[in-house]
Design a binder for this molecule. Structure first.
Ligand SMILES: [Cu+2]
Length: 471
């Protein structure tokens, strides 16, 4: 992960305390795979989509049925919204695993950068159904050519180039000679001149080819995803101001098209470096590209900011920045905003119901948490928090992996709504279960993670923190 520190910029009207900004590299920092739990007709599915790192590229799709009556699964990539979403090409058939008849896998080409969906059509004994999975296609890097391929192609270039020069030179030297005739000085000279001309032409072709390659490569480099840059500043009135700017990417990505995701334009997570403090705030858009929030009490220190935003196209971005600040007296929290510290005693406890399987990377896992009251009994009074039974954040200790996940999975709710009209959406995630909440997710890489789980009980937001060691 590349980090660039920007110099403090002066001259703002408000007294800026500290500004440090960091350029991140992807939406859901370091966690590109999409996990979604949803219904296709009568069937409950768990879908994993692993988008390619280079676009065009191949996405791997895994569809896991939760019942034995799914016979056939078809998958097709489509733009998330707009006219392109209405005209689906012929879908591909996902291959049913011979070891596990509930598992279907397939591979799909994603041809352009931006907001895509994978539409999953299921057929079985209980009829048909479809499910749309929002998938961001974000070119992450320019793929490097493997060293062996590079060496093989270089040898071929020498052989072909040298061979062409040798053939042309031999033609000029010997084509006009009769059978058995010896070479004279003129023929040799003719051969050398033709060889020299051929060398210049072949060298020129290679040079121009290299230039063409270079132009293509730099055009692709511009196409590599660059998230919006977020610059935080704290004013004297303890207002946090986040200024967004576009470092340049595809033209469809704009600054003025944010849409609310579960009730808010921005979900801002403020984390202390030791992950012992968390704030989940919802800054308002003061003007295009500027978000503001009255800060609660914050001790002096350096904090990592993760801001989740969704564009009108359904493309989600997580912006990151570092905020260094002296102690802030702050205002009381209100609305959906919440704060958590490790030291705080809780009358409500959240318990991770995990089996003894070790946690591994790249595997879709259901993370289930039960909420207990002060007496250790499962609670019966959970409420929806921002329209959902719970919210989870998966953060690696080094802060290089960050994902904001819901019971429906890692795709933003607003993107799911663009892909599927609300009428066809199933209400399963909209009603709270009595005491448990489950999040489908898979760790992208090994490491020490902290999982934050937030639920709402009797009007109060409750946060639990859990450590996970991922091999
Ligand atoms: Cu959430």
């Amino acid at each position: 992960m590349r980090r660039l520190r920007c110099p403090p910029s002066g001259g703002l009207a408000v007294a800026l305390l500290v500004i440090v900004c960091v350029i991140p590299i992807s939406a859901h920092i370091g966690s590109p795979d999409v996990f979604l739990e949803g219904r296709a007709g009568e069937y409950r599915l768990l879908v994993t989509v692993r988008p390619p790192t280079a676009i065009p590229g191949v996405a791997d799709v895994e569809v896991r049925a939760t019942s034995d009556d799914v016979r056939d699964v078809r998958i097709v990539p489509l733009p998330l919204g707009g006219a392109g979403a209405k005209f689906a090409p012929v879908p591909d058939r996902a291959v049913q695993s011979s070891d596990d008849p509930r598992l279907f896998t397939g591979h799909l080409w994603l041809m352009g950068a931006g907001a895509w969906q994978v539409r999953v059509a299921v057929n079985g004994t209980r009829g048909e159904g479809t499910l749309s999975v929002p998938v961001p296609a974000l070119p992450q890097t320019t793929l490097a050519m493997p060293a062996t391929l590079r060496a093989i192609l270089f040898v071929f270039m020498l052989l072909l180039g040298g061979g062409l020069v040798a053939i042309i030179s031999a033609m000029a030297r010997e084509a006009k000679l009769g059978a058995g005739e010896a070479l004279d000085a003129r023929a040799k000279r003719r051969g050398r001149i033709a060889g020299a001309i051929a060398t210049v032409v072949v060298g020129g072709v290679i040079f121009l080819g290299n230039m063409w390659w270079g132009v293509e490569a730099s055009a692709y480099a511009r196409y590599v995803f660059k998230p919006l840059v977020m610059t935080p500043a704290v004013s004297e009135e303890n207002r946090l101001r986040l200024t967004l700017s576009d470092p340049g990417w595809i033209a469809q990505r704009r600054l003025e098209d944010f849409i609310p995701d579960h009730g808010h334009l921005m979900h801002l997570f403020v984390l202390s470096p030791d992950l012992d403090r968390l704030w989940h705030l919802h800054p308002d858009e003061a003007q295009t590209g500027t978000f503001e929030q009255r800060l609660p009490a914050v001790p002096a220190g350096t904090y990592q900011l993760f801001a989740d935003l969704v564009h009108g196209t359904g493309l989600a971005e997580t912006l990151t920045a570092e905020l260094e600040t002296p102690a802030i007296a702050g205002a009381a929290l209100s609305g959906d905003d919440s704060a958590w510290t490790a030291a705080e005693p809780l009358s409500t406890r959240i318990v991770w119901q995990r089996d003894d399987q070790p946690l591994v990377t790249k595997r879709l896992t259901m993370f289930t948490f039960q909420v207990h009251d002060a007496n250790g009994q499962p609670v019966t009074d959970l409420e929806l928090y921002m329209g959902m039974p719970g919210h989870a954040i998966f953060v690696r200790r080094d802060l290089k992996v960050f994902a904001h996940v819901h019971p429906s999975g890692s795709a933003p709710m607003s993107a799911i709504e663009i892909a599927m009209p609300p009428a066809t959406m199933h209400a399963q995630h909209m009603t709270a279960t009595p005491s448990t909440v489950t999040f489908p997710y898979g760790f992208p890489e090994p490491g020490q993670y902290r999982i934050f789980v937030q639920v709402k009980r009797a009007g109060a937001i409750v946060t639990g923190a859990f450590d996970a060691d991922v091999r």
